[in-house]
Design a protein around this ligand. Structure first.
Ligand SMILES: [Zn+2]
Length: 260
């Protein structure tokens, strides 16, 4: 026996589809509560998937979304103002800074507050870090983690900058410069040609070593990506010194004859 929503003999596809849609519409109108319950149950049961999907969507459409938001704020200045007022009413004593002076004052205030509650604040940020790690979100932004590390790719490169090139300047931008170097090397070690994997063995090397050329520490022209082990071997040798040492070792081990 044909079921109620099956296509009837001789019924055109359009007519069938209209009939099914009308049936669903009628059902929804009659069972609004039931439908909402089903929807809520689904949302609860699949909360993680839905959050992940929302985040993924945000990442893929980030620029459009930010642009839309800016445009919306420009068009709805009244609403923005109303929201600001509402926020300030809800959080007395907290004001959204509008001028540069207010911004600096606000920053000074939060710095002071942080210093006063150092232990509690540290605990809070540790907990935040754990929460993010568990959820697979970058420790520094809203993007998902990459390379099996605790950060997104952008912040992974930025962290290489702060660790190897020193603080200061545009760490994100300089991180992207490091990424460009790695891409130019086709993700291969500058010395061994071994495959470099970020978060596993990819390591930033100072071609002219840091110890002897402190002035070149932050210079991206002095950077090569190498295998982590090679970087350890090279330690505080310059490139030429290191190659010479390798040649001596290989020669003495009888692996190669020196070509002169
Ligand atoms: Zn990030």
């Amino acid at each position: 026996m044909a079921r109620r929503l099956d296509r009837r003999a001789g019924e055109s596809e359009d007519a069938w589809r209209n009939r099914v849609n009308a049936y669903h519409k009628k059902w929804l109108e009659k069972n609004k509560e039931k439908f909402r319950a089903i929807q809520n149950r689904y949302r609860q049961r699949h909360a993680d998937t839905l959050t992940a999907r929302r985040k993924q969507h945000y990442i893929e459409h980030r620029e459009e979304k930010v642009a839309y938001q800016r445009e919306w704020q420009e068009r709805n200045k009244d609403k923005v103002r109303a929201y600001t007022r509402k926020y300030e009413a809800l959080h007395p004593g907290r004001k959204i800074p509008k001028t540069e002076e207010e911004r600096q004052k606000a920053n000074a205030y939060s710095r002071e507050k942080y210093a006063k509650n150092l232990d509690a604040e540290r605990q809070r940020s540790r907990e935040k870090g754990h929460r993010r790690a568990k959820a697979g979100i970058c420790q520094s932004c809203v993007l998902p983690t990459e390379f099996g590390t605790q950060t997104c790719s952008t912040h992974w490169f930025a962290n290489r900058v702060t660790q190897r090139l020193g603080l200061g300047g545009d760490t994100i931008g300089r991180g992207q410069a490091l990424k460009a170097i790695l891409e130019k090397q086709n993700y291969l070690c500058a010395y061994t040609g071994k495959k470099l994997v970020p978060g596993v063995n990819a390591s930033v090397d100072h071609i002219q070593c840091k110890a002897k050329h402190p002035e070149l520490v932050g210079d991206t022209n002095n950077i090569a990506w190498v295998d982590f082990q090679i970087n350890r071997m090279k330690n505080d040798m310059d490139r030429d010194e290191f190659l010479e040492t390798c040649a001596v070792i290989a020669e003495r081990a009888g692996l190669v004859k020196r070509i002169r």
